[in-house]
Every structure is written in C-alpha cells, then in structure tokens.
Design a protein around this ligand. Structure first.
Ligand code: F6P
Ligand code: MG
Length: 510
C-alpha cells in the first residue's frame, strides 16, 4: 500500500475505497424497536399558524376528505356555473363599453378556471382598491409561498378561490359589484314557498302569550318556543346553494320542514347539543341587560329568513333589545348573505311577486312580517354590518390579532351566534380535532381571550371537522364513520354549541 502525507502533513496509510458501499447504512438490529409515538396534538399555541392548525389540516390532496371532492370537482362546477350566469348577463347588455368590460371579466374567470384545474400556485391578489388586499397578501407571503390549490389548507384555498372570483370583477370599470350567484340566491327563496308561509302565517302578528298563564307557565311556553325556533334557525342552514345543485323540490321541502313533531325528531340529530345552556344564557341576558345579540350570518334566502324569524322572536320576547347582523362584502361561498341579498329579502317580502300560487292571506302575512322587520331597521333595533374580515382566508383564531376592531366590537355583544358550516370551520380552524374536543378548546382565542363574548355555533354538519360531541364523542364519530359513510357532509346532523367566553373582561392586544 502506498504511503502518502495526510491532510495535516502527517504520514499515513491511504484508505482503500475499493468495494465500499456508495451510501453507509447502519444496521440497528440490536437496538430497541421504534416506539409508536403519538404526535403531540394539539400543537402548542406558539407553533400554530394558518398553514399549521392546532390539529392536522385538511388539504385538497387528502382523498379521504370532503376537501378533495370540493377542490377537485365542486369548485370547478361552481365556477363553470358562475361563467354561465355572467354570459347570460352579457347577452342581455346593449352598451358597448359595458359589454367589452364584461367580456374581460369572463376572460379572467376562464383564467381562474385554468389555475384551478391545473392546480397552479396561489399568486397574490391584485390591488383592486379593496380594503382587504393587504390582509390577503400578507397571509399568502407569510404562510403560503409556493403553495397551490391542493396542498394549501382547504379552508384557505377555498376562500382564496372566492376572492379571486371577486377580483375578476373588482378590477373592471362597470361590474365591480357583480354577484355571479345572485340569481341562484333569489331562486332558493322562491323555491321554499311552503316553509316560508308556514312561518309567516304564524308570525305575521307580534306574538303574545295568553294572560291566563302563570309566570311559570309563561316561562315554560317561551322556553319551548325558543327551543323550536333555535331549531328552525339551525336547520335553515341545511339548504345552502353550494350543495343544492342536484336536489329535487321534494328533498328541499323535507329539509326545510318546520312542523313541531319533525323538530322534536330532528333534535336527536343534534349530536352536540347545548340548547339548554343556550336558553339559560338568553334568560340571563334578559334579566341583566336585556342586551345585544349578534348574528354572523351564513346564507341568503331561506336561511336568512329563518334567522330573521328567530331574531324577531328574541326581540319580541325581550331576550334581546338590539340585533346586529354581520354579512359579507361580496359574493362568497355561493350563497352567503351580502347587503344586496339582505335588502332584496326585506323588499321582496313587502313588494315582491315571487309566489304566484300563494293565497292572498299568505302574501299578506309575508308583507306584514317584512314591514315589521323594515321598521326594526329604521328604529335601529336591527343593524346590518359587513366587516372586511369576514371575507378573508383567516380563521377566527386570528380574529383577535388580524381584526382587533372587530374583536372589540363583538366583545360588547351579550351573545354572538355563528351560523353555518363555513363559520364553524373558521371557528374551529378547520382541522382534524377529535370529535370529543370541547367546543371552547376547539375555538381557541374566540373563547380564551380576555373579553371574548359568549359564542354559539348553529351548524348543520356539511364538512369534515366535527367537535363538541362530549366525552363519548370519539366513539360516536367512529360508529357513524362505519355505519353511515358521508354523515359529515349530508347536512342530516348538526351541532348547537356554546362557549361561555370571558365576557366583561378588558380586551387586550399584544
Ligand atoms: O365547499 C364546502 C363548504 O365550504 C362547506 O363548508 C359547506 O359544505 C358549504 O361549502 C358551505 O356551507 P355553509 O353555507 O353552511 O357555510
Ligand atoms: Mg354559506
């Protein structure tokens, strides 16, 4: 063997490399075997961020999840329908400038379709002059650089698609506020005639309980009404447009059935049920302040109508003195309420001619109800608001830090209702938390921050995340997984969950 000088000048033997493996692989056969260590979920709060929720995120490439079906097929279908709607509007135009402007909007939608179907990377939102651009682009830059529609968390990717859809119009000259879902939203209300009149015939006149009742009997009657109307408000959420695409009138009717027996039966489908605590809460609000209740709205049309019936009852029974409704600033997740939808509902109830088959009495009942609601608005008892934060990709775990003004505003409410599936996903960070996770743990800072209001989620289960099912919750979820595949997306089951929050404490920001 030749003698050479080593690297530091020392003489030594040159090692022979002949026959050496190209990569060293150690044999560890004599060491203890690997342990099955469970990941330490939930993540510690300092490690939680929009790309890393407290429990594993749902992402579009997870084939077992609704995220996959949505990103892969539902969103392209929804976008395709939006293009059809806009084309219809285009064909109705006469002014050349407007036509040309709208053609450009359709071209941008076609580009979005390509980005979506080719699973391209998420690019920043164009500066279209909207107040939310900085929030969107900050989140993309900090957490989603290089991410695409399929590997970004589902919640963000889905919200981003709706913001991009808005951008197709917001950069135009004449079509900034065009709502591609408006026609469909109006349609759901007109297709819900039976349930609409079922309620208007009962509530056209302000309700009163017979004088002959004792105070205890009155309270009991109110409690029963409260429970039934909370359910009306809850199940009104089961018929949102993004899922209605293939439903028949009959299926819609059965989902919207508001009969008493039906409601008693469907209470069994409320898998996490804090209705009793909710009743205690509103009673307490009445005895203390007779206070303010907020609704973070979900869908327009029939669901909004149910929300208003419920809000009307809360006012009339003195359980609230003011109601604030929070809607979206632009078309969002197909059916969500915008100011235009809000105005449309109240005006169509009073002046519209939507229900050709309705009797005069039914139409009159709807008109009176609408008039009363418009009067509430004039008197400031009902207030409609639309903070830009509701149309961002942030979950409500970040509401405190990203929209401190909104958090402060909500902290002054006696009870905040969050309606629907998307709001529930945002409350719970849309991640794979165990079904037994207590609701107030699942909603993070919306429960634990100083000044957090009482929060109630009324949600029919239409996507993967399920929490708040109690101690036996994991077993319940496992059984349903086995016996009823699809139970998480059918809208057949629901939750009514309440978090006590930390009301009254001084709100603090870092
Ligand atoms: O696209 C899925 C989704 O975002 C789910 O949250 C739900 O299935 C639907 O759209 C919206 O439901 P909701 O109107 O109740 O928020
Ligand atoms: Mg919705």
């Amino acid at each position: 063997m030749a003698q050479v000088n080593g690297v530091n000048g020392h003489a030594g033997l040159a090692p022979s490399t002949a026959g050496a493996p190209s990569r060293v692989t150690l044999s560890l056969g004599h060491l203890p075997s690997k342990k099955d260590i469970k990941a330490p979920w939930p993540r510690t709060p300092t490690r939680v961020d929009p790309n890393n929720p407290p429990w594993p995120a749902y992402r579009g490439y997870h084939e077992y999840s609704f995220a996959h079906a949505t990103m892969q097929s539902r969103l392209p279908t929804i976008l395709g329908k939006a293009i059809e709607d806009t084309t219809r509007t285009l064909n109705e135009q006469s002014d050349e400038e407007k036509v040309v402007d709208l053609v450009a909007c359709i071209e941008r939608m076609a580009e979005l379709m390509i980005d979506l179907s080719e699973n391209r990377k998420l690019r920043p939102i164009i500066d279209d002059g909207e107040g939310d651009v900085a929030l969107w682009n900050k989140e993309i830059a900090k957490y989603f650089q290089g991410k695409d529609f399929m590997n970004a968390p589902w919640l963000f990717a889905e919200a981003y698609k709706y913001r991009r859809l808005h951008e197709c119009f917001s950069v135009s000259k004449f079509w900034k506020d065009y709502d591609v879902f408006y026609r469909q939203k109006c349609d759901t209300f007109s297709r819900s005639a039976e349930a609409v009149f079922e309620l208007s015939m009962r509530f056209a006149e302000p309700f009163s309980l017979p004088d002959s009742l004792t105070p205890e009997e009155k309270l009991e009657a109110e409690r029963n009404m409260f429970k039934e109307l909370t359910q009306v408000c809850l199940w009104g959420n089961s018929t949102d447009l993004s899922l209605l695409i293939n439903m028949t009138e009959e299926q819609i009717k059965s989902l919207q059935s508001t009969g008493g027996d039906h409601l008693a039966a469907t209470e069994k489908n409320i898998l996490g049920n804090h209705l009793t605590d909710l009743w205690d809460t509103v009673k307490e609000v009445r005895s203390k302040t007779g206070g303010r209740v907020d609704f973070v709205l979900d869908n327009a049309g029939f669901e909004l109508y149910c929300d208003c019936v419920y809000a009307d009852f809360l006012l009339q029974s003195g359980l609230a003195t003011q109601i604030r409704f929070h809607g979206k600033r632009f078309a969002w997740f197909v059916s969500d309420v915008t100011r235009k939808d809000w105005n449309w509902l109240l005006n169509t109830m009073v002046y519209g001619q939507l229900f050709p088959k309705a009797t005069d009495v039914e139409l009159e009942s709807l008109r009176r109800l609408g008039q009363r609601w418009k009067q509430y608005e004039k008197e400031g008892k009902w207030i409609y608001e639309q903070h830009p934060f509701w149309c961002t990709g942030y979950t409500f775990w970040d509401l405190h830090s990203e929209a401190p003004d909104l958090f402060l505003h909500l902290s002054r409410s006696d009870l905040v209702f969050f309606k629907g599936d998307l709001n529930h996903r945002k409350l719970t960070y849309d991640c794979a938390a165990p079904a037994s996770t207590p609701f107030d743990v699942a909603i993070g800072s919306m429960a634990s921050s100083a000044g957090a209001p009482k929060v109630a989620s009324l949600r029919t289960i239409k996507s993967d995340v399920v929490v708040g099912l109690g101690d036996q919750g994991d077993e319940v979820a496992e059984r349903l997984d086995k016996e009823e595949p699809g139970w998480k997306i059918s809208g057949k089951y629901a939750v009514v969950l309440l978090s006590e929050g930390r009301p009254g404490e001084k709100v603090r920001f870092a």
